[in-house]
Write a protein that binds this ligand. Structure first.
Ligand code: AMP
Ligand code: ZN
Length: 470
């Protein structure tokens, strides 16, 4: 059985994946986008990584059960429970309905994923606002177990009452900052404590608020992820992913509240994508560098070029975005697709599924080593350059690499390139050849040729490719 080694932020080493229920099902939760704005290309790095993980699991005969949530309430502008809810703030600024904003951005997000060759049907996308009761139920349970305290601002998780808080490592915070964080919310006991439920202050009304045992209000961002993960995937999941910015606060908080409630491990492997920067700056609106997929398309790029750009480095290496590097990725993508298209297409064959074992082993080895996509790309180039492979084998082996990379395009589309009439002629030619009717076979070859298709005799029979003008 092929083994998959993945880097676990919690243990700081690569570990062999072993689904906790002993089956081939792998339960994954990837923190989803906060829908106050359109997701930017930095966010997309986190989802191209999640998709690479999903594809790799499938390649290794696992069955991923994969959730990417929609955060449509509760994510504050400040991690220290102060500041406003991002969605509420945006709605006020735009003088719009919060739901209209989140629905619109959710829809764009799904369309963007598809443009990046992320098959959305392989994921579940739950909305935080549709799981309010589940979140309240967890907070009540934590309250019963003595892990919470209630103050005017809301219900807080008491990190001092929970011994193993900070499993993923805490960020160094100096005395002054920690004091300031406590003081930001009256009654907060420790700077690590975090809101499970925020109360709507008297005299204020919010667009998105719900009744709860602690009064009207809204859930904290962290509890949303625990609630949706546990509801859909169960109390223990196999892999949890997010960007590195989530490690010290969001994910430590998810672990604390989930494990305090269930007394079981919450996630076995924690995986985090390094940040995408632009000229060493954080992607931020004020710097005008938060490009979206639409921005890239407006400049004439195929979003898959961005996917390729991400795959050219390890997901754990910080990457810097520039239009020059995207341009280079676009050129490389165009070349790869063209080279692939030029490999003659087998039509009738017993060997249609055969691949070159040396290369597939090399691909398995690379991807099994904590998703080494740059190495898989290198192998893909080697296959394309290899002149000793039979075309059918070559195509299939390139396609095998692409099951993980997802850059070439869909099979369906490619097949449509060869019309049924041409495929029929190729079959007839194979029959003629098998009957040693070579004159007939030659006549058919000419017919195919006249239709604009190149004919090649391969081990697997007649292969036809649309003639490319160079
Ligand atoms: P958010 O919408 O802020 O909740 O983020 C959605 C996902 O994108 C999270 O997993 C973040 O960690 C991740 N993320 C945000 N900005 C970046 C970035 N510049 N590079 C990589 N990942 C990011
Ligand atoms: Zn989350």
């Amino acid at each position: 059985m092929r083994k998959l080694r993945l880097y676990n932020t919690e243990t700081r080493k690569k570990e062999t994946l072993q689904p906790h229920d002993g089956t081939r099902t792998v339960r994954i939760y990837s923190c989803g986008p906060t829908l106050y704005q359109q997701a930017h290309i930095g966010n997309m790095r986190a989802y191209v990584f999640a998709d690479t993980l999903n594809r790799t699991l499938r390649l290794f005969d696992y069955r991923p059960k994969h959730v990417i949530n929609f955060t449509d309430v509760g994510h504050l502008t400040d991690d220290a429970d102060a500041g406003e809810d991002k969605v509420e703030k945006q709605a006020k600024q735009e003088n719009m309905d919060a739901k209209t904003i989140t629905k619109k951005n959710g829809k764009i997000f799904l369309a963007d994923l598809k443009k990046l060759h992320i098959a959305t049907k392989r994921y579940r996308f739950p909305w935080a606002t549709q799981h309010i009761q589940e979140q309240i139920a967890i907070v009540r349970e934590l309250e019963k177990k003595g892990y919470t305290y209630e103050i005017d601002d809301g219900v807080y998780f008491d990190t001092q009452a929970y011994r193993s808080y900070g499993k993923l490592g805490l960020s160094a915070v100096d005395e002054k900052t920690s004091q300031a964080r406590v003081q930001e919310v009256a009654g907060k006991k420790h700077f690590c404590d975090f809101a499970l439920w925020k109360k709507t202050p008297a005299g204020v009304s919010r667009q998105q608020e719900w009744d709860s045992p602690w009064g009207r209000g809204f859930p904290g961002w962290h509890i949303e992820c625990s609630a949706m993960a546990m509801k859909i995937l169960g109390e223990t999941i196999d892999i949890h992913t997010g960007g590195v910015d989530h490690i010290t606060v969001h994910h430590n908080n998810e672990i604390a509240q989930s494990e305090a409630m269930t007394e079981k491990p919450f996630a076995k492997i924690w995986m985090h994508t390094a940040f995408l920067t632009v000229q060493n700056e954080k992607l931020s609106k004020s710097l005008g560098n938060t490009y979206t997929i639409a921005d890239l398309e407006d400049r004439g790029f195929d979003p898959v070029a961005l996917r390729l750009l991400f795959l050219q480095s390890s997901y754990r290496t910080p990457a810097s975005f520039s239009f020059e590097s995207l341009g280079a990725a676009q050129t490389a993508l165009d070349r790869l697709r063209r080279d692939y298209e030029r490999i003659p297409r087998p039509v009738t064959s017993l060997l249609q599924r055969s691949r070159d074992r040396r290369y597939t082993d090399a691909i398995d080895k690379a991807i099994a080593n904590d998703l080494n996509t740059p190495q898989v790309l290198a192998v893909m180039h080697d296959i394309i350059k290899d002149t000793t492979l039979a075309p059918a084998v070559k195509r299939n082996t390139v396609r095998y690499a692409d099951q993980v990379l997802g850059i070439l395009g869909s099979k369906k589309k490619k097949r449509q390139n060869v019309p049924a009439a041409v495929l029929q002629l190729a079959k007839e030619r194979d029959v003629a050849r098998s009957q040693k009717a070579y004159d007939k076979a030659d006549a058919i070859r000419k017919e195919i040729d006249d239709l604009g298709y190149d004919v090649a005799d391969t081990e697997t029979g007649t292969s036809v490719t649309k003639r490319v003008s160079v």
